[in-house]
Design a protein around this ligand. Structure first.
Ligand code: ACM
Ligand code: ZN
Length: 526
């Protein structure tokens, strides 16, 4: 059996073992990848010298590759450096930590060009080391976009030199909501402990992460969510809001009414300034402006917003958000960037066609999304019921995530779909153990959903490969849950009361009974 995730277009075993280790000499085209690759090759145990030759072949699709083995030597043909790199990622998986693999012939290319993962670093902060580990695993899975959610109501996590308060004050909240049990009991238990002081990425760290990702053919898309989900910035610069009142960084989860005022100039200036600094750090063609969950309650009462609506002859508050989106997208376009926003941005008509919606919720029976695609607009798919990673496996089985594709949304053509991206929101993910538990198995499912053609996908086959590769993945830090969780088998033992409530609340709010149970004793005594 050829164990590879994502499953390639075609693969056959040719008999005999081929050494692959740091004793293997890299030669031929795509020389720029040799140095970074040499760091990733397995240590030799008994593998002798052999040769891996890279060949340029313009007939091979973008990011695709063709592996052939002749005797002890290997050839990878590709039309671009990314394809050559992915050929090596395939060899690393075939070796699974050893210094040799069974000779193969493989032809492969991706279904989609955007194969992404989003990490919420605002609700909980993840170290540079953790992000590098995730980037390593993404690369191995041939994923190529890391969407970095850097700000939200509960914390600002990126150094902006022109606005120092964002990280001095905006990164800190007074307390963190702990458990969903509180929702059941109509109270919200907090840990009453300050969170976030010093927890942000410096510009220097970002440069290093960008370089690290780049050598693994991963683009990083920064997201600054605007004009909603911005309380951490409003807490530092109250003039950004409609009322200008002084507020704290949020210490509860949810959708906040306190959004930026798009009737005043302040948010436009702030957005341009932040974009200026971030565009220096992220040398990629995309910038994410959020745009999700923007209640218009305050705008309806705000004299500035109402005056702006009248001045511009806009229909309503949705149109004001549309205006804001277009102004910011125009600014980004001048810098040569495409703007991405969550699909609520489609609520406003006359959205600039340069903007790329990221489809996470259904709006009005998806009429707007389908019309956007029919009109030639591009889109990224992150549909919550399939791909959100923060929810329990009991609520969102791995098989459902694996099955996702445009077809799940009734979209019959791939043409305008850039690809698939799975977000990991971290309100209830407080430590790396749970992050891993909820992330890595799904990352593998998403990698295959984004890469492998629909007719080559098969969940049972995928689950077998996942199981066969469990130890290898664990050895590189990608710990996956026990098979009973992703195979969808019943929990086995009778449900204790604790588990019953956890499942119920988690079905609604999306945490995980496995971990709630584990931490319940600790949490309830806090
Ligand atoms: C989102 O989950 N609010 C994009
Ligand atoms: Zn306003």
């Amino acid at each position: 059996m050829i164990n590879l995730i994502p499953r390639p277009c075609s693969a056959k075993e040719c008999g005999g073992m081929v050494p692959f280790s740091s004793n293997t000499r890299l030669t031929g085209e795509f020389g720029s990848i040799f140095e970074p690759l040499s760091q990733l090759l397995p240590a030799p145990v008994s593998a002798g010298d052999n040769q891996l030759t890279f060949v340029h072949d313009g007939h091979i699709a973008k990011e695709g590759y063709h592996i052939t083995c002749t005797g002890q030597d290997i050839c990878i043909a590709a039309s671009d450096a990314a394809g050559a790199f992915y050929g090596v990622m395939t060899l690393l998986q075939l070796c699974a930590g050893k210094d040799r693999f069974e000779a193969v012939e493989i032809e492969d290319q991706p279904r989609f060009s955007h194969r992404g993962f989003m990490l919420d670093c605002a609700r909980h902060f993840w170290s540079v080391e953790k992000i590098k580990q995730i980037l390593d695993i993404m690369a191995l899975l041939k994923m190529n976009v890391f969407h970095w959610h850097l700000s939200d109501d509960q914390g600002w996590r990126v150094e902006i030199k022109r606005y120092p308060l964002l990280t001095q004050k905006g990164s800190i909240r007074k307390s963190t909501p702990l458990s969903l049990r509180g929702y059941e009991e109509h109270m919200e238990p907090h840990d009453n402990t300050e969170y976030g002081r010093g927890l942000f990425y410096t510009q220097q760290q970002i440069r290093k992460v960008v370089a690290y990702a780049r050598s693994r053919f991963i683009e990083i898309i920064p997201e600054i969510d605007m004009p909603g989900h911005l309380v951490s910035a409003i807490a530092c610069y109250p003039e950004l809001s409609c009322t200008g009142e002084v507020v704290e960084v949020c210490d509860r989860w949810g959708v906040m009414d306190n959004i930026a005022c798009c009737g005043k100039e302040d948010i436009y200036r702030f957005a341009r300034d932040v974009i200026d600094e971030l565009c220096e750090l992220f040398p990629y063609p995309y910038f994410h402006i959020g745009g999700d969950e923007v209640p218009k309650t305050r705008w309806k009462k705000c004299p500035h917003c109402q005056a702006k609506i009248r001045e511009l002859g806009l229909r309503d508050e949705e149109a004001l958000q549309g205006y804001f989106n277009n102004v910011i997208a125009g600014y980004l376009k001048e810098k040569g960037k495409y703007t991405i926003g969550w699909n609520e941005i489609l609520k406003s008509e006359a959205l600039d066609h340069h903007i790329i919606p990221q489809w996470w919720i259904p709006l009005d029976d998806s009429v707007r999304e389908k019309a956007w695609l029919a009109g030639g607009g591009k889109m990224i798919l992150s549909f919550l019921p399939y791909v959100y990673m923060d929810h329990a496996y009991a609520m969102r089985p791995l098989e459902k995530t694996y099955s996702f594709g445009p077809e799940s949304l009734g979209v019959t053509e791939d043409t305008n779909i850039l690809g698939i991206e799975a977000p990991q929101w971290t309100e209830y993910i407080r430590d790396e153990e749970k992050l891993d538990f909820n992330t890595f198995a799904r990352l593998m499912a998403i990698a295959e959903a984004g890469w492998t053609e629909r007719n080559r996908k098969d969940y049972q086959d995928f689950a077998c490969r996942l199981e066969s590769m469990r130890e290898y993945f664990a050895s590189i830090g990608a710990v996956i849950p026990p098979a009973w969780i992703y195979r969808g088998e019943s929990l086995g033992s009778p449900l204790p009361d604790e588990q019953a409530w956890a499942e119920k609340t988690y079905a609604a709010w999306g945490d995980d009974p496995y971990f709630e149970l584990k931490f319940a004793g600790k949490k309830t005594s806090e």
